[in-house]
Design a protein around this ligand. Structure first.
Ligand code: HEM
Length: 359
């Protein structure tokens, strides 16, 4: 990023952050990072074409693109995804067999460094179950966090006062160069309020057990007379509802998680804020996601003192439709074409077509 900025070239944050969350997730899940961040960053559409701007995709990029596409389900993409996941699962099963025979190396017995896949192989040796479970959690952990961080950067560009205050907190607690610790992250109240404020106005994850994936969650309710029936709800709409959050419900305002509005609305009824859902099926990766997002934002703001959107460099099809200007609320002010599949994302021609419901 530094190199690109020094050369006066913009960086596509959605692309960059998806690589970051992909590498973090594969390291955490399989113990082998797929290093998609090593591939060269793409150039903006309005940059002159030359041999640097047109490099073929590497294996990690192909896998990452296929993981995105496989949510729309094509045989070809599924084959690319399987070709990467199957050897990883095979290796985990081989390690398990070696352990059983007492042949495992000391480094392989290290419980501290045990990955999710290491734990799963203790429960089953079925390669299909293992492959599907790891892909499921890769999907649960990559695009959600990438979406949350992409829109965090977008909101920071649009709200310079928030950017300034957040950067001041980061420099006060962590300083300009130190690597942040868990304790730093725990103590930084404005950073958490910023992430919550962002999750409340720009979060859109569909309930994993709703089928097909849609903009709502579906829960099964068992009534007093033991009749089961589905109830549909929209977290996206709930987070913007003045009935729950007061008259300024639509505004992006991290202070609502710090000032008297916190007690008035949220503490009274914590179920009005459900970016990670709640109850027994709450997101298992919630703490991981908060730490990952905090770490990314701290390091970014330690390094860069200003941030802005370059609308001319944005792919033309990622710009909001002209008629949105006449829309109501947040929609009229959008600078990107916000769309949704399982998560919210900024549309580009490579992303899938699924229009977002009216704000
Ligand atoms: C900002 C980031 C994230 C958001 C907004 C998010 C959101 C959610 C939501 C709403 C659910 C509940 C779905 C349902 O009702 O069935 C969920 C479940 C889940 N999430 Fe996340 N998630 C995030 C990050 C992560 C990460 C980083 C991981 C793993 C590393 C992860 C793993 C899971 C798993 C395993 C479940 C299923 C839990 C269960 O059904 O028992 N999530 N997530």
């Amino acid at each position: 990023m530094k190199g690109r900025f020094q050369a006066g070239i913009i960086v596509d944050f959605q692309d960059l952050i998806t690589r970051f969350t992909f590498d973090a997730a594969t390291e955490f899940l399989f113990g082998s990072c797929l290093n998609s961040l090593d591939a060269p960053l793409p150039y903006p559409h309005n940059y002159p074409v030359n041999e640097h701007t047109t490099q073929p995709a590497n294996a990690a990029e192909k896998f990452s693109d296929a993981v995105a596409a496989v949510q729309i389900v094509t045989e070809e993409d599924r084959a690319i995804v399987d070709s990467v996941l199957e050897p990883i699962v095979k290796e985990a099963l081989r390690k398990k067999e070696k352990m059983k025979l007492g042949e495992g190396a000391d480094s392989e017995k290290d419980e501290e460094n045990e990955t999710l896949l290491d734990s799963l192989v203790q429960l089953t040796s079925d390669p299909v179950v293992l492959r599907d479970e790891t892909l499921n959690i890769l999907l649960a952990g990559r695009d959600t966090t990438a979406s949350a961080l992409t829109f965090a950067i977008y909101l920071l560009c649009e709200h310079p006062a928030v950017f300034k205050r957040l950067r001041e907190e980061i420099l006060q607690y962590v300083g300009p160069t130190r690597r942040p610790t868990y304790d730093d992250i725990r103590e930084m109240r404005y950073l958490r309020a910023f992430l919550n404020g962002k999750l409340s106005v720009k979060i859109f994850t569909t309930n994993h057990h709703s089928s097909p994936p849609n903009t709502f969650g579906v829960i099964e309710v068992v009534s007093a007379c033991a009749v089961r029936y589905p109830v549909t709800y929209s977290v996206f709409k709930m987070h913007r509802d003045p009935k729950h959050w007061g008259p300024d419900a639509e505004a992006f305002d991290p202070d609502r998680f710090l000032d008297s509005r916190m007690a008035k609305y949220f503490i009274q009824n914590p179920f009005i804020f459900l970016p990670f859902n709640g109850g027994p099926r709450i997101c298992l990766g919630q703490q991981f996601a908060y730490n990952e997002m905090s770490f990314f934002i701290i390091c970014l703001l330690q390094t860069f003192g200003t941030m802005g959107l370059d609308l001319a460099a944005q792919p033309p099809d990622s710009l909001p439709l002209p008629e949105w200007k006449n829309g109501a609320g947040l929609k009229a002010a959008e600078k990107v074409f916000v769309k949704a599949h399982i998560t919210l994302y900024a549309h580009t021609s490579s992303s899938s077509p699924c229009p977002l419901p009216e704000h």
